[in-house]
Design a protein around this ligand. Structure first.
Ligand code: 8YV
Length: 320
């Protein structure tokens, strides 16, 4: 059996595939593979490991109907036409669970960095602008006892909430498509409407999937309803916030700060105004980027491939 991998995944996953007699070819260039190169690379293989934002759309799927499985190296599957894959009987695997801790760490890191203007002040040192001690300019804000609003309380949101409760005894409210009674019981999170989430949160952290419903959810109207002292964090997908509206909200001090691990587009351009704002921290989509998590993701990817090629159910299959 043969598999094509559209990027460089952790060695543990490659070893697992090879131990199961699966022949691997890999995209090793630093640029993203193009749509036509991906189709070409998949011509003579049985499975695809899709790394990064390859468009697994109807065109691709119909050109590669022979694939027995597509294993995503991500929990997010907004780049996949799942309905079309289901129609063509191509199972799609993803990697939930194993990256929740690392991604929540990134959200927490951004929240704290924003609250103390850490990225901005670090850049001032580099520019030779560390000046005399003065007690009042460029002050941060504290998080102790504040209200955390989770937009999308699944695995990652729950991890973020637990960290915020543990570190700062934050009160947790959340808004979801569906209520999450287990999380309510476990951490005492309170379900609120989206409007209430906006109005009551001191920190809003986004942990939902990018869908038709969540695209541009945080736009000018939403930012206007947030507290002027609030912080907006997004480690999910850049398409969930409207970047122009976010810039405007920060410039007009409608909100206090923002931390982003995801942008729209990615990569973010180096001259983006967000990169020079005091209460903003931006990271280049590193949510799951730890040795441990990338290795666990590669293992789950390999297990999804192996199961499908053996005719078994995938340990983690995307269904909707
Ligand atoms: C990946 C992610 O780094 O899991 C996701 O949805 O966004 C990240 O963990 C990215 O998709 C690259 O494969």
């Amino acid at each position: 059996m043969k598999v094509f991998i559209s990027g460089r995944i952790a060695k543990s996953g490659l070893t697992l595939l090879e131990e199961n007699n699966i022949e691997v070819t890999q995209w090793k260039e630093s640029r993203q593979i193009t749509a036509s190169e991906l189709i070409e690379a998949c011509k003579n293989v049985d499975g695809l490991v899709s790394v990064g934002p390859n468009k697994i759309n109807a065109d691709f799927l119909n050109a590669c109907k022979h694939l027995k499985v597509i294993a995503l190296h991500s929990v997010g599957y907004d780049n996949v036409d799942v309905a079309e894959a289901n129609k063509l009987n191509i199972p799609i695997g993803n990697t939930p669970g194993v990256l929740s801790g690392a991604t929540a760490d990134t959200a927490f890191l951004l929240m704290l960095a924003v609250s103390r203007k850490a990225f901005y002040l670090h850049k001032k040192i580099i520019k030779g602008q560390w000046q005399n001690y003065e007690p009042t300019p460029e002050l941060g804000i504290e998080l102790n006892g504040k209200t955390l609003g989770i937009f999308g309380l699944g695995n990652i949101g729950l991890e973020m909430a637990k960290k915020c409760i543990g570190a700062y005894k934050m009160k947790v409210i959340y808004n979801n498509r569906n209520q999450n009674p287990e999380a309510e019981k476990e951490i005492g999170a309170k379900y609120v409407s989206f409007e209430e989430l906006l109005a009551e949160s001191d920190v809003i952290s986004v942990h939902t999937a990018l869908t038709k419903e969540t695209k541009n959810k945080f736009d000018a109207t939403a930012f206007e309803k947030m507290k002027p002292q609030s912080i907006f964090i997004n480690t999910a997908r850049g398409g969930i916030h409207n970047e122009e509206d976010l810039i405007h909200a920060l410039e007009q001090k409608l909100i206090w700060g923002a931390g982003l691990d995801v942008t729209n587009p990615e990569p973010m351009s180096a001259d983006n105004p967000l990169l020079n704002m005091e209460s903003v921290a931006v990271l280049p989509h590193i949510g799951s980027a730890t040795e441990e998590t990338r290795s666990a993701m590669a293992n789950l990817v390999a297990k999804n491939i192996i199961a499908a090629l053996n005719g078994d159910a995938l340990p983690s299959r995307v269904t909707d």
